[in-house]
Design a protein around this ligand. Structure first.
Ligand code: DC
Length: 228
């Protein structure tokens, strides 16, 4: 069966990564959370006490950053490695949330990661989620999904994700951060978040994760079938 590229974009907290991961597992594809890559660079900058708004310093630091994934096809888990060390938990901290938009708006950071993302997808058989996957990274992806959901639904999901990691935050803070990130992600000059013209919209406000995955899976099977 022909392998395809599935691009999933959308707002923060819509369940993109969870859907992408489970969909990849069902299809026996590789799953890549591109947001984790922007988060890993942000984490490194914070660890080195580099001001994330200092574009020049950030660009100079890229040479010291090695990002890779260790993929376990049994579980579908994909650990992100920063300079060969797993940082899958650390990249979800509130300080990374607050700095990642600034870092991801820098052109050179985007070029650095987009090149890596294109490499990873060269062999197809991949589900990648992010903000610019259907528009910039894989404009020829065979299936593009654009996810959105109400701010309330998204905040509840982020809270559940953060609570699992014993991090103290309240709902207002999460909503504020989501709104700020939506605004920054959609208005930045470099590859702003926008729906690709040929993307299918999923409003996930009242969908369970299983429903999201099933919907995406059926779409994927249809596309794969149509390619013969
Ligand atoms: O998907 P996420 O919330 O983990 O992404 C973290 C940040 O990274 C998000 O605020 C915007 C940025 N990002 C991006 O600019 N382009 C991508 N392809 C993925 C994420």
């Amino acid at each position: 069966m022909k392998k395809i590229i599935i691009a999933i974009d959308g707002h923060a907290g819509c369940g993109k990564s969870t859907t992408a991961k489970l969909l990849a597992k069902k299809l026996n594809y590789i799953f890549i959370d591109s947001g984790a890559m922007y988060r890993a660079i942000t984490l490194y900058l914070l660890q080195q006490n580099i001001d994330t708004e200092d574009t020049k310093e950030v660009i100079n630091t890229l040479a010291d950053v090695d990002i890779s994934f260790s993929f376990d096809s049994e579980t579908g888990n994909n650990d992100i490695l920063l300079n060969k060390k797993s940082v899958s938990h650390e990249i979800r901290s509130m300080s990374v949330n607050q700095n990642v938009s600034a870092v991801s708006s820098i052109k050179e950071v985007r070029h650095f990661l987009v090149a890596k993302q294109k490499d990873i997808g060269a062999k197809k058989g991949i589900v990648m989620d992010g903000r610019d996957i259907g528009t910039v990274v894989f404009p020829d992806a065979e299936l593009k999904i654009f996810m959105t959901a109400s701010i309330e639904a998204r905040a509840e999901r982020r809270l559940a994700e953060i609570k699992n990691q014993d991090i103290e935050v309240n709902k207002e803070e999460v909503i504020k951060n989501l709104r700020e990130r939506d605004h920054k992600d959609s208005t930045r000059r470099e590859s702003p978040l926008r729906k690709a013209e040929d993307a299918i919209i999923f409003d996930t406000s009242s969908l369970t994760i299983d429903e999201q995955v099933d919907k995406a899976y059926l779409l994927a099977l249809n596309v794969i079938d149509s390619l013969g």
